[in-house]
Design a protein around this ligand. Sequence first.
Ligand code: CAO
Length: 421
Amino acid sequence: MKALEGVRILDFTHVQSGPTCTQLLAWFGADVIKVERPGVGDITRTQLRDIPDVDSLYFTMLNGNKRSMTLDTKSEGGKAILERLIKACDVLVENFAPGAIDRMGFPWEKIQELNPRMIYASVKGFGPGPYEDCKVYENVAQCTGGSASTTGFDDGPPLVTGSQIGDSGTGLHLGLGIVTALYHREKTGRGQRVLAAMQDGVLNLARVKLRDQQRLAHGPLKEYPQYPNGTFTDECPRAGNASGGGQPGWAVKTKGGGANDYIYVIIQPPGWAVYMKLCGREELIDDPEWATPEARLPKLDQCFALIEEWTKTKDKFEVMEILNERNVPCGPILSMKELAEEPSLRATGTVVEVDHPTRGKYLTVGQPIKLSDSPAEVGPSPLLGEHTDEILGDVLGLSEDEIEATWASGALGQKASAAAE
Ligand code: CAO
């Protein structure tokens, strides 16, 4: 039995933030019913398409293991079906623009009335306050949550990161909120609202930068590349590739000279002697000008330059092996190509090949959270409305005639066979 087997999720999510969350819950075993607008569906089905007329990788990689039904929630018949679905499900998840579910005629008070056990979970761009009505996408959240102002080099513009911390990061936060609310419901019998705001989620992930903002009041941030020659203002600066933790770190070049021929090295106090031996600079191991973390702080750039002289003679995987043999942490800069081809990630199911009925085989990132008794089986994403009849039958108990009548009412859009005529 899967960990979330028996939990039924009414999934009104679209684009990335919400779908990330419900995909994780589906991998944990929840029955995720993705409700999509007839004829249109989740907009990402058609965005960034690589193959004509086939659901995009954007969509397929965020909606595995879900069932899809079409429903026009603004039609009278659609509202009636939605009421029944709310009664039959445990969790409603949505990430529409603020107020969209209310405008459909389903404010929280009504949802609670229909099903007091229901958990109503939302991603929004902002929490309550001046921006609560704003629509938000990934990079807007990275900028408003403190990530962009603290990412990049001191002399360059703010930078967004490739990791989707606004969307997928907030989806993760929401998932934790949902399972916590489910656990709470076990004890109280009541559902509750769960809100994960993207600004809050990004700020949570950028927590160490709020730490540094406060440290600034007590002097310069000595591990930042601005120290000792640059200037600090009263705002937490961009740290380039400096380490976010208590140990200095930097990305140094390795053999090859390619865009990703770099390795991230970290100088823990015991690592200094190891590096200097490898660099052939044993005389610096005990030299008081270099031997202690305090002595090195004002010249970290010179320390990393010394180390780079050595790393440039090896490829990044050789450096990884040599340093790890000596218990020194480091990390090669891996490209997406290298990650896609990495056998160990395939073996653990973190990178999975999935077979899709119209696309064929594609790679996806599988369940990154491993449960020993509830392993994830990663399946394909559903076609638009693929499970509409099935869901009306097995979730709402409608007979075949009732299902046909619902199609005829227009509440589900146009049936595929009728649409093809
Ligand atoms: N039947 C009928 N109508 C439906 C429907 C259905 N099955 N599904 C959706 N709709 C309607 C909604 O009710 C809404 O209508 P109204 O505007 O009349 O209320 C409309 O479709 C579109 O919803 P939307 O406003 O959410 O979509 P958008 O493309 O304009 O905005 C986004 C997209 C992401 C900016 C916005 O949804 C948002 O800010 N969401 C919250 C934050 C978030 O999750 N952002 C991350 C997105 S990934 O980068």
